[in-house]
Design a protein around this ligand. Structure first.
Ligand SMILES: Nc1ncnc2c1ncn2[C@@H]1O[C@H](COP(=O)(O)OP(=O)(O)OP(=O)(O)O)[C@@H](O)[C@H]1O
Ligand SMILES: [Mg+2]
Length: 358
């Protein structure tokens, strides 16, 4: 998969821009506040229908505009071309795929699998479990199309059960418990299977950047798996009724990154933490290629802030060999180091929201 042509309208200080990117690496250079992150944000919005910088899309829309639009022509791995478009006005989301309106976010996400590395990425291992759950589920979602329907049924059962718990009437709980157990168990086993496939790919990639022994990834299911999920729900019932929500289940799922059985985030340096997170994200893109023969798109905002010179060179070398379209931003051309060994790349210069190929 790669973006053949990208059009942006009213994303932050980018009023209007058209880009013909390279299918390999695209370097985006510009001074502070020129609009580099805005470009990365625009591509992210096209794949995920949300911003990575703020929860409300209103602040992303150019101050003088009522809505933003991002659209692209993409080539898929099977050779087909697709037109994707998204329009957001802060209230409604309008997604077009091949001129057909009212398409789903999930269709967008399947068409444009994106990973993002940016200065706050280390939060993946540092912050609460939700980010890691989303990370894991992105991988499972792209790895197996059967995951999404099971996940949706699980979410529905969970919200129905929680609504019932709030009424404090346990009579119908049994019906939703059965649904929750059926789909919760499926969701959990998809995550488990994915992590098994993911682990060796991740360990190989991290080995290129760090020499750390004893790295392991462990799934946290969201309940004590020495007991059946059904049994746990029964044991939790009094507590669930008292607080009005379901305490145990895959909605509490997580994964741990361990080094010799200790949580990595407690023992590694900040730089190592960034490299671990970067490798987790690269591994997801790599696994997509291995398993689905579908290449994703990788966005790296603020390249220099992430890594030291040696690791930047290693990363560029890795990216140049990876079958993946990449967009990388930096304030100086020198940030990217020696580009003489990289084929087919393109360079874009950003100034006051204007993007020019150089
Ligand atoms: N909704 C908006 N409408 C217009 N301009 C905006 C909006 N939101 C932010 N901006 C401005 O857009 C400009 C570009 O911001 P952006 O974050 O893309 O810069 P950048 O090139 O990534 O800079 P840095 O190198 O500091 O990361 C900034 O001047 C910012 O103040
Ligand atoms: Mg920026």
């Amino acid at each position: 998969m790669s973006l053949l042509k990208l059009e942006i309208h009213a994303v932050r200080n980018i009023q209007k821009a058209t880009l013909i990117p390279s299918p390999t690496i695209n370097f985006i250079v510009g001074e502070n506040a020129s609009g580099k992150s805005a470009l990365i944000e625009a591509i992210f919005i096209l794949g995920r229908a949300k911003s990575f910088r703020c929860a409300t899309i209103k602040s992303v829309i150019n101050f003088t505009a009522a809505h933003l639009i991002v659209s692209a022509k993409i080539s898929q791995t099977n050779g087909n071309q697709l037109h994707l478009g998204i329009q957001l006005d802060g209230k409604a989301i309008d997604i077009h795929i091949n001129q057909q309106a009212h398409q789903k976010r999930s269709d967008l996400a399947y068409a444009l699998p994106l990973q993002l590395i940016h200065p706050k990425s280390y939060e993946l291992l540092d912050a609460g479990s939700q980010l890691r759950r989303e990370f894991l589920d992105w991988g499972v979602f792209n790895n197996d199309p059967d995951f999404l329907p099971a996940w949706r049924k699980f979410k529905k059962a969970l919200s129905q059960r929680n609504a019932l718990l709030k009424t404090r009437r346990p009579e119908q709980l049994n019906v939703w418990d059965n649904e929750l157990v059926t789909y919760g168990t499926i969701v959990n086993s998809y995550r488990q299977q994915y992590l098994q496939k993911f682990k060796p790919v991740f360990i190989e990639i991290i080995g290129k950047f760090l020499s750390l022994d004893g790295i392991d990834l462990k799934l946290i299911s969201g309940w004590d798996t020495t007991t059946e999920f059904k049994r746990v729900l029964i044991e939790d019932q009094t507590k669930d009724l008292r607080y009005g929500f379901t305490h145990s289940g895959p909605h509490r799922g997580d994964f741990q990154l361990l080094i010799n059985n200790r949580l990595a985030k407690h023992i590694v340096s900040r730089g190592q933490l960034k490299l671990l997170v970067m490798s987790l994200k690269l591994a997801q893109i790599q696994l997509l290629d291995n398993e689905q023969s579908s290449t994703g798109c990788l966005l790296i905002d603020d390249f220099a802030a992430e890594l030291d010179v040696i690791n930047r060179a290693k990363l560029l070398h890795y990216l140049s060999e990876m079958a993946c379209q990449v967009f990388i931003t930096g304030t100086e051309l020198q940030d990217f180091g020696d580009l003489s060994q990289i084929n087919n790349y393109k360079m874009f210069h950003v100034e006051h929201g204007n993007i020019k190929s150089v």
